[in-house]
Design a protein around this ligand. Structure first.
Ligand code: SAM
Length: 602
């Protein structure tokens, strides 16, 4: 798709350039950074204030990394930037690399962007850079859909579609109206074009528009402003997170990365004691072809989760492995799901169809079925991830602290309970986030939520001479992981409305039957009498959509992640922290509403 003209990137689809031939980098600074007075506005930010930019047309990311560099140069530590952008035709990894290599002065930023780029998924992507100081929300999709779905106000807009004549859908009246609707009072825009239709359209949407000197050979460009007083957007200063499993640790880390002081409270003597305490968890994305809010949430969570884990728990083969995952077409129904999915337009780095021969080659053992191959699938050790998240600067851990009540007080919430020595304690904060899995009935504000326990037992299977060759995770009705320290993980059972955690031989038998569904010869090769394992209780919600969001002002929940917490916890924590700090949300409105535990608050 990307072509080159005179050493500069060019779009064949739109017959237009991505940036000026004179000097892309200087053009971007002139038109967008200075055109929105960002050097001055950034330098005025203080404390934990955040600023947000919206862009139409991410293209090569040059605007994004130029803005990031400026933000680094002129803002105080503690401030943060949200950059929201949309791109319908993303460059591939090689194209991005070759374009960004044109700007040696921006290499340190370009490299970081490229590392996240390889994790992109269709739809909504949320990546954090510089320890959370920069948040990029990149929607891979159409401009109008993306801006209609964004939540959280924008302070400055970069209108950077291809020329209005060649790329008219980027410059329509509905797009301008939506831009104005998603702006904060006093928001500005700038654009290289000074087409009359753009000027009139933005005026009609409510902007005061004026012409200013353009860059290089362009005589004029447009700038504009909405009326209203610009107000600082300061975040909250403290929060309490209840629950030290993955959902709680991820939420605590997301707040701490925004400079919020967090008290992380866990009733058990250690973090990750319940469902997040399994010796391994699987990064498993199960999709259907119909993209309902749950599917969109899972896809965004998977993309976010991979990029987030790269920062929090890099692949080392011990705490995390990226061995890939095969989802086998083991039944007529699964074959149908897999074929429908594979028929959609996916980037190959995310998933693709493989036949039985390719599947066997990838897995390192003979498999009877083909299916879907997820190259980035893998496993990780959840307690190690929890510990890494809880080490984020700004989090104070309180383990062995049993919560007995949550009470609204002036300006926030008070949480009280007893410690392991039966001493009473209480903490106050502006925000409380409850991440206690199915254990919510004792909190009066939450007791109506439809969260139920689901017992799950995994089996730890000593490797056989045949099974030890397995190189990837393989899923059919259950999943089987490659052996690590001589053991495979095989799972898992689902005991609805059962909150017991005893280890049962009958559950091992059930897991073994799942292994037989993956490969009967694998199942025959392992010694069932030597199975070990662990049972724990997950929290489930009817319909499988977790409950993530605000229940009452300042009271949030992240509950009901079921078997998917490994991929959904990270983005859920990010969503709640962005809500509480009044920043750009990392998910589209439709998904945010579907996750909401109080739909009216959405
Ligand atoms: N801001 C970019 C940069 O810094 O490199 C340059 C953007 S380029 C001039 C315009 C971009 O808009 C292209 O990457 C193009 O694929 C994208 N685009 C065109 N039509 C679109 C649409 N309907 N929705 C979203 N993106 C679109």
């Amino acid at each position: 798709m990307l072509d080159w003209q005179d050493g500069q990137p060019f779009s064949n689809r739109f017959s237009d350039i991505y940036f000026s031939h004179d000097s892309g980098i200087k053009e971007k600074r002139h038109v967008y950074l200075e055109g929105n007075r960002l050097p001055e506005r950034f330098s005025l930010l203080s404390g934990r204030e955040s600023f947000s930019i919206g862009e139409t047309g991410f293209g090569t990311g040059l605007n994004f990394i130029s803005t990031w560099q400026l933000f680094d140069q002129v803002t105080m530590p503690g401030c943060s930037l949200d950059f929201f952008s949309v791109e319908k035709y993303p460059l591939d990894d090689n194209e991005l690399e070759s374009v960004l290599s044109l700007w040696p002065v921006l290499q340190q930023y370009a490299e970081k962007l490229r590392a996240k780029w390889r994790r992109r998924v269709p739809g909504w992507n949320r990546w954090s850079f510089s320890g959370g100081r920069i948040r990029l929300t990149l929607v891979i999709g159409d401009v109008l859909d993306a801006i209609t779905e964004v939540r959280g106000g924008v302070d400055a807009w970069f209108l950077d579609g291809f020329s209005p004549v060649r790329n008219p859908e980027m410059w329509t009246q509905p797009v301008f109206m939506e831009i104005a609707r998603k702006s904060r009072p006093g928001a500005t825009f700038s654009t290289y074009t000074c087409a009359g239709s753009v000027r009139r359209g933005l005026e009609q949407a409510g902007f005061q528009v004026f012409k200013s000197p353009g860059f290089g050979s362009k005589r004029e460009m447009l700038q504009g402003r909405l009326s209203g007083q610009v107000s600082a957007r300061s975040s909250i200063s403290n929060a309490i997170v209840i629950g030290g499993g993955l959902a709680g640790c991820a939420a605590a880390s997301a707040f701490a990365m925004r400079g919020v002081s967090v008290t992380l409270i866990e009733g058990a003597p250690a973090l990750a004691s319940a469902a997040s305490g399994n010796p391994r968890g699987i990064l498993h994305l199960r999709l259907n072809a119909g993209m309902n809010p749950l599917q969109r949430f899972l896809l965004a969570s998977y993309g976010h989760g991979l990029a987030w884990l790269d920062d929090k728990l890099p692949v080392d083969g011990i705490a995390r492995a990226e061995c890939g995952e095969l989802q086998l077409a083991f039944s007529v129904q699964e074959e149908k799901r897999i074929n429908q999915l594979a028929g959609l337009d996916w980037p190959a780095h995310l998933l693709h169809r493989v036949n039985a021969e390719e599947a066997s080659r990838l897995a390192g053992i003979k498999l009877e079925y083909g299916g879907l191959w997820f190259p980035s699938g893998g496993w990780l050790v959840p307690p190690v991830l929890c510990a890494a998240l809880a080490r984020t600067a700004g989090i104070e851990q309180r383990t062995g602290y049993q919560v007995e009540s949550i009470r609204g007080v002036d300006g926030g919430w008070s949480v009280a309970g007893k410690d392991a020595l039966q001493q009473t304690w209480s903490y106050d904060a502006q925000v409380v986030v409850v991440c206690t899995g199915y254990q919510i009935k004792s909190f009066t504000q939450l007791s109506h939520l439809p969260v139920t326990p689901v017992r799950g037992q995994i089996s730890l299977v000593p490797a056989s001479s045949r099974s030890k060759n397995l190189r990837t995770i393989v899923c059919a009705k259950g999943y089987f992981s490659p052996s690590f320290q001589g053991k495979h993980m095989l799972g898992a059972t689902h005991g609805f409305n059962d909150d017991t955690v005893d280890l049962r031989a009958s559950d091992h038998v059930e897991n073994l039957s799942k292994l037989a569904g993956i490969s009967s010869s694998l199942a025959n090769s392992v010694m069932a009498e030597k199975f070990g394992g662990r049972a724990s209780v997950r929290a489930s919600v009817p319909g499988a959509m977790p409950l993530v969001g605000g229940l009452l002002p300042g009271l949030y929940v992240s509950l009901g992640h079921g078997t998917r917490g490994i991929i959904t916890s990270g983005l859920s924590g990010e969503l709640i922290a962005a809500m509480a700090c009044r920043q750009i949300l990392p998910l589209p409105k439709t998904v945010v509403n579907a996750l909401s535990p109080a739909p009216a608050m959405g």
